[in-house]
Ligand binder design. Structure first.
Ligand SMILES: [Ca+2]
Length: 115
C-alpha cells in the first residue's frame, strides 16, 4: 500500500478509535457518525471490515481491509479522496472488493469435518 494512502487509513482509524485502544467498536463508530446516520454507517462498516465477526475491529483487520480495497482496482487517489471525505465525517463508502469471490471459492473447497 502506498505510504500516502496508509497515512490516511491510519488517520481515519485513530479518529474513530476515541480511547486509543487500537481497536474500533460499535460505540465508537456510533459516536463518530453521531450526526450522520450513525447506525447505517456503523452497520456498513462492520459488515465489510469485521471479518471475524467479533464486534470489534483491530488495527490489523483495518489495514487488511484497505489493502483488499486497494488490490480490487481502486486507484490511490480514489481511495484517498474517500478517506478524506470520511475523515471529515462523511458516510462510509461501500467499496466493491474481490472478497466475495474469494469467499465463495473458499467455501466450496471447505473440507470441514472430513479429516
Ligand atoms: Ca477503541
Amino acid at each position: 500500500m502506498p505510504e500516502k494512502l496508509k497515512e490516511k487509513v491510519l488517520k481515519l482509524f485513530s479518529l474513530i478509535d476515541l480511547d486509543d485502544s487500537k481497536t474500533i467498536d460499535r460505540d465508537e463508530t456510533l459516536k463518530f457518525w453521531s450526526k450522520n446516520f450513525p447506525k447505517i454507517n456503523s452497520n456498513e462498516l462492520f459488515d465489510q471490515v469485521d471479518k471475524n465477526n467479533d464486534g470489534s475491529i483491530q488495527l490489523e483487520e483495518w489495514i487488511e481491509f484497505w489493502t483488499i480495497v486497494f488490490n480490487s482496482g481502486y486507484s490511490e487517489n480514489e481511495i484517498c479522496n474517500e478517506l478524506d471525505n470520511m475523515i471529515e465525517g462523511g458516510s462510509w463508502v461501500k467499496f466493491e472488493t474481490n472478497e466475495k469471490l474469494g469467499g465463495k471459492k473458499n467455501r466450496s473447497y471447505k473440507r470441514e469435518g472430513k479429516y
